[in-house]
Design a protein. Sequence first.
Length: 286
Amino acid sequence: MDFRTLAIRIARSENVPVLPTVVLKILKMYGADEATPKSLEQVIIHDAGFAAKVLRVASSSLYGGTPVSDVQRAISVIGLNQLRHITISLAYQEFMTTRGSVPSFDRIIFWQHCLATGVASRELMRLVNDINSDEAYIAGLTHDIGILALERFSPVQLDQSIRTAAAKAIPLADVEMRLHGFTHAQVGGILADSWKLSKQIANSVRFHDCPYEDTETPEMSLVVAAGNQIAYEMGYPSVACVPGNESLLDIVDKLELKPESIERVKRCVKTEVDMADHEFGSRRAA
């Protein structure tokens, strides 16, 4: 499939959502600054399965362990900022439990990579510009949504790219460009725009493999690129046996942070990925 055809299909992806419809509605509300406790409640209560997951999270030990039985109370307990984080996390967890269409694509490894990048991006941004740390977490968590789009809309191309990248031990984006003329990051940028994600998040998705090309929101793209590289260094690749972008090996140094700060970031990443493994029963990436 050529890039133009793929872009048109993705632009219409609300009809064939890559993530659940309720998640897309919630993300668009946040992107349009229309997210209020009442408006979110009205969306969530119309999806019984998602509502049950939100209630379970609000009743968990993370929020005090007190049983919560209605969505309005759950939103109050969780808070608006955290609800956006949890919405994406729950969507990815649901994505992991469904059967994939690409044999070479391991969804659990992918989720661990996205989570590791999200946590690393959040912690790095806390050191660089704390006011944007929540946005950095979402940006890091969603930076590889282009891979999800390719699995849904162009699984044969994705499978070919992954197998070739793994066999030759070269970055996925390099193979994609050689074989198909576009990368998952470019695809992800289209998807981020169709979801009406913020400019910072959309740009970090589009430029996470080439952050120096982002002239609008360079700080966020640089931080997410660094978070992505940290995830690879820690053994959390987006796809098994495929290396990160070697041209970005020094990207973490660009933030001019002390080595001990980077080590603290890595400890946070390991703690949260391990916690997710335990919570959701997923296996560790080799």
